[in-house]
Design a protein around this ligand. Sequence first.
Ligand code: KG4
Ligand code: ZN
Length: 337
Amino acid sequence: MTHFLALETSCDETAAAVFTDDLTVKSSVVASQHDLHTRFGGVVPEIASRAHLRNLLPVIDEAVRKAGITLADVGCVAVHNTPGLVGALLVGVTAAKTLSLALGVPLVAVNHVASHIYACRLAAGKDIFPCLGLVVSGGHTALFRCDTALSLELLGGTRDDAAGEAFDKVAAILGLGFPGGPAVEREAATGHPTAFPFPRAFADDARLEFSFSGLKTAVLYACHGQNVSNAAPPGPGQKRADLAASFQEAVVDALSLKCKQALRQTGLTRLAVGGGVSANKRLRMKLAEMCAKEGAELIIPPLSLCTDNAAMAALAVEKWKLGQFAPPELDAEPNFI
Ligand code: KG4
Ligand code: ZN
C-alpha cells in the first residue's frame, strides 16, 4: 500500500492530507486564514502567501501524525499547482518538490478544480464517472463533462464573477463580513426569497453560461438606490434578510437551471458538485429536487470536502496509477488550464 501526502495552498486555506492508493483518507488538516483577511473584506494575496509559509510545516506535521505514519512512510507527494493565487500556490509547490526530492518519491501535480469534482468520488466511495461536474467556488463557476476523473471538457463557465465571489461581494454590500457565503446563508434564513425579483442571467437561453455581476449590481441598487456611492451597509432587519434570501435564491436558481439544461443536453445521468458554494443548504436542496425530477443521481460531498482541503487531491492516485508524474521543475500556474 502506498501512502500519499498531499498539499493545498491555492488560496486562503493551508491544507495537508494523507491518503492511500485505495482512496482511504487517513488524515485531512486545514488551517484557515479567514481571521487574517476579514478586515480587508477579501483574500489579500501577499498575506495569504506569508500565512502559508508560517502554517504549512505545522499542518504537514499534524497530518502525518494524525495518519499514524512518519514521513519515511510517504510513497508519493501530491500538490495542487493550478489554478489559484500564484504566490500562494508557489508555497505548496515548492514544499512538495522539496519533500519529493528529500524523500526520493514521485511528485504528482493535480488541478484544484478537477480535485473539487474528485471530492465527490471520495464521498461516493464508488466510481462516479462519466458525470456532469459543477464547480462552484470563490474563483470558479463552471460545468464540465467528465468522462473520467482526468478528462474534463469545459461546457461553460461564468462571464464575470464566480458564484462564491458574488456571495462574498454581496456580503460586503450588506455588511455581513467575510467569508461571505456562510454569512449570507445565515442572514437569508429569516428572509423571503421572493421579496426582490433579482435577475437570473441566460435563463431563457440554451447556452451553459453564468453571469453574476448584474445580480450583484441589482442587490446594490435595491439596497441603496442607483445614485449612492460609499453608502453605509444596511443594519440588521427584515430588508437585509430579504435581500440576502432573494440574492441566494437567484444564484441557486441559475445554477440549478444550467445543471438541468446540461444534463438534458449531454444525456449524462449523474451530477457531481464541488467547491465552497456547494456547502450552501439551499443549493443542495434545489439541486436534489431538480435531479430527482430529471432522474439523475446527485453527489455532493460533506461540508469538509466541499471547501478547500487537501484530501480531494486524492485525484493524484489516478495520475500515479498511470505513471503521470510531475517534473522537478514543476511550476505554479495561476490560470485554469
Ligand atoms: O472552494 P473554496 O473553499 O475556495 C476556492 O477555491 O475559491 O470556495 C470558497 C467560496 C467563498 O466565496 C465562500 O463565500 C463560498 O465558497 N462559500 C459559500 C458557502 N460556504 C462557502 N457560498 C454560499 N454558501 C455557503 N454556505
Ligand atoms: Zn477551491
